[in-house]
Design a protein around this ligand. Structure first.
Ligand code: G1P
Length: 295
């Protein structure tokens, strides 16, 4: 059973300045929910109820968001707004722990900060910039693959050449004996990973996107890696080293992912996720069509 997820949230959000100067990037709203809540709900849909959020400076709002707020509840009760009480208490069944990463030493270091919390269990890592379509079953599929093979699984997506240098890129071979309901070509056995290569050094266009199912042996490797790309401790480098001890799988995701850490990606996520909200869907569709006609 996979019970725990690590949500790294210590980054300074430089791609989204100025709004991230004093507010956490993870609290930027898509309609009425902050980005990080989309990751939390994605986990909850898979039965994951224990969250460790790796925070840093200026991130207090995240803790407040997942905490109880009895004064607000009282006000809502007096106003008869019971549906909103339910909404703000949506995550009551989940447990949240916070660890501060006091220096920006990279994703690998952020994950290592959670070692004592995770102990020897397998766990998920979700990078909140990557918003996965809530109707998709990506994380559930990855958990299913983990259950079958008992090996780490990373999510992959094909990216165009000019985006290769933004991602961890894998060299992998398709696994053909994969017999779940999934398409066999969607599963890869990984031979090597390289963090943000130049296109001429990239072994493929298969990029690691922000969903990982990891096993606790990654912590031992994270303790030994040297700073890599950008002088940071890279999870990609640790996974690459792990390959000498065990198989790591890549699961090719064909659904919709939005890079909400990027301003244009965030706009697209806002529009598309709003179109899925029954209360706006029809009006927004009409509006977008009318707007397109005027452009
Ligand atoms: C991180 C990882 C990278 C991965 C990417 C996915 O990079 O280091 O391997 O491909 O997330 O979004 P970041 O975007 O934090 O620089």
């Amino acid at each position: 059973m996979l019970r725990k997820a690590i949500l790294p949230a210590a980054g300074m959000g430089t791609r989204f300045l100025p709004v991230t100067k004093a507010s956490p990037k993870e609290m930027l709203p898509i309609v009425d929910k902050p980005l990080i809540q989309y990751s939390v709900e994605e986990c909850e849909r898979c039965g994951i109820r224990e969250f460790i959020i790796i925070t840093g400076k200026n991130k207090r709002a995240i803790e407040d968001h997942f905490d109880q707020f009895s004064e607000l509840e009282e006000v809502l009760k007096q106003k008869g707004l019971d549906n909103l009480i339910e909404e703000i208490n949506r995550h009551d069944e989940s447990h949240f722990a916070y660890i501060r990463q006091s220096k920006p030493l990279g994703l690998g270091h952020a994950i290592l900060c959670a070692k004592a919390f995770v102990k020897d269990e397998p766990f998920a890592v979700l990078l909140g910039d990557d918003i996965i379509d809530p109707d998709d079953t990506l994380l559930m599929d990855m958990i299913e693959i983990y259950r079958k093979y008992r090996s780490p699984v990373v999510a992959l997506q094909e990216v165009p050449d000019d985006e290769v240098s933004k991602y961890g890129i894998v060299d992998g071979e398709p696994v053909i004996d994969f017999d779940t309901h999934n398409n066999p070509k969607q599963l890869y056995k990984i031979n090597a990973l390289i963090e943000k290569p130049r296109i001429e050094d990239a072994p493929s266009n298969l990029a690691v996107i922000g969903r990982y199912i990891l096993t606790a042996d990654i912590f031992d490797v994270l303790e030994t890696i040297k700073p890599g790309r950008g002088g940071e401790y890279q999870l990609t480098d640790a996974l690459n080293m792990l390959l000498s001890n065990r198989v790591v799988y890549g699961y090719l995701f064909k659904g919709n992912r939005y890079d909400a850490g990027d301003k244009f990606g965030f706009l697209k996520a806002t529009i598309e996720l709003s179109l899925k909200r029954p209360e706006f869907s029809e009006d927004l569709k009409k509006y977008v069509k009318a707007l397109a006609g005027r452009l």
